[in-house]
Design a protein around this ligand. Sequence first.
Ligand SMILES: C[S@@+](CC[C@H](N)C(=O)[O-])C[C@H]1O[C@@H](n2cnc3c(N)ncnc32)[C@H](O)[C@@H]1O
Length: 254
Amino acid sequence: MQPGGIAKGLVKAVLPRSLRRKIQRALQPTVAEGWERYAKAFPRQSGRFLGDEWTEPAEMGVDAAPEEVVSYLDRRVFAPFLGTCEVLLEIGSGGGRFTEILLPKCERLIAAEAAPTMLKHLRERFADSPKLEYLVVEGSSLAPLADDSVDAVFSYGVFVHLHHWDIFNYLREVARVLKPGGPAIIEHANTLSELGWATFLQDVPRCAGHHKAAGAFTPMTPELMRGFCERAGLEVVDCLTDVVRRDAITLLRA
Ligand SMILES: C[S@@+](CC[C@H](N)C(=O)[O-])C[C@H]1O[C@@H](n2cnc3c(N)ncnc32)[C@H](O)[C@@H]1O
């Protein structure tokens, strides 16, 4: 038996199951801690912004060159649906891959992030922008924001990773903070698309028998998302599955 195996066996023999579970849970990083580690480990002076590494057109199923992906999505979907407004809320800004194209669309941009170091990256990248406001959030609540206080909401690359319960809670929060009629764009997984299914199969070995692994995609379909959105009090305007063919982009109104 390996030394690690002996230690494991000893722990199992000595500690009751409930206590072992509690310890395991305490040692597991939370979602925010996981992203915090990612942001801290990202090399600052690499000449790349955090998030550039996620712009892989073939993986995403986008018909654009890597450096064109963000502007292509903006032209095709984001700009026409969002228009311009006073207060825009971005949930999970990361290193600002989409913040860059959101800033010109508003007077104030609230970047809501679970990982404080992501906000540091954002501050460095947009040091000159007085429009940006930084908000650390925990999980799926937008508690510091008042009812009907934002004109539009945007989130990309975040709901693909959230648990269903957090997705639903966030949608309820979006319905609360968004002014009546205001638009929201949420990108999420589309597990039954061809590329979505390939992603799901890749995630099976690291998730089977465990809680969802940090970077794994949460199984989701346009139908389930529609059900969540409508029950959260949002109107589903459209769900686009042909722009980022691995995922889906749901267009909503409060
Ligand atoms: C894959 S990154 C995407 C970042 C950025 N939107 C992009 O597309 O480049 C996911 C981001 O969401 C943040 N995040 C994860 N869970 C969150 C939550 N519950 N609320 C707010 N932000 C969250 C992470 O800290 C991370 O910055």
